[in-house]
Design a protein around this ligand. Sequence first.
Ligand code: ITT
Length: 192
Amino acid sequence: MNGKIIRFITSNKHKFEEVKSLVEERNSDLELLWVKLKYPELQGNSLAEIAIGSLGTVLSALSTEENEYYFLEDAGLFIKALNGFPGPYSSYVFETLGWEGILSLLWNKDDRDAEFRSVCAVYFNGEIRTFTGTIKGRISFQGKGNEGFGFDPIFVPDGAEKTFAEMNIEEKNNFSHRVRSVSLMIDWILNT
Ligand code: ITT
């Protein structure tokens, strides 16, 4: 079936552009539209819980069209030496400490293992589903690069020598947690 409409609810232009690039690369007949909205992010112990709760809140304020897909995506950085912190609290930690604060917390840690996780929650005709993507990597010792957003200057994905912020969108998309969760969602959408 052609011409399916997917509406991505996010306030973050970078996230939208990463997903747009992926949708264009898949070359399917999906039409991606941006619902530019800053929604109140519910706190929770897991990204899935936060994503489902936030989507429910947003949907209650939107009038949805039948046969259209509505999704949002919640991501977090999980650092091994900090027992998974900031994880589901990544937005708050980024706003308060920034990536520089994360480097300070790790100043005496040799173990730099970390992962980005992403959960998409998608609504379609009365039901919500979630899809998860993960990329393992490490926290660099210094911030590097000007591309991207958030913690990109300090995250080096496994298989690369550069931080996400030293990559353009296409390069980052070869690794990213977001591409992994959204690709699973697209596979599902193309099969419904
Ligand atoms: P939304 O409007 O879509 O919620 P957001 O920027 O608040 O946009 P998230 O809640 O998903 O996005 O992200 C939580 C935090 O994790 C956020 O502050 C980002 O800085 C960071 N983050 C998420 N994905 C990232 C990525 O791909 N690269 C770097 N940092 C990322």
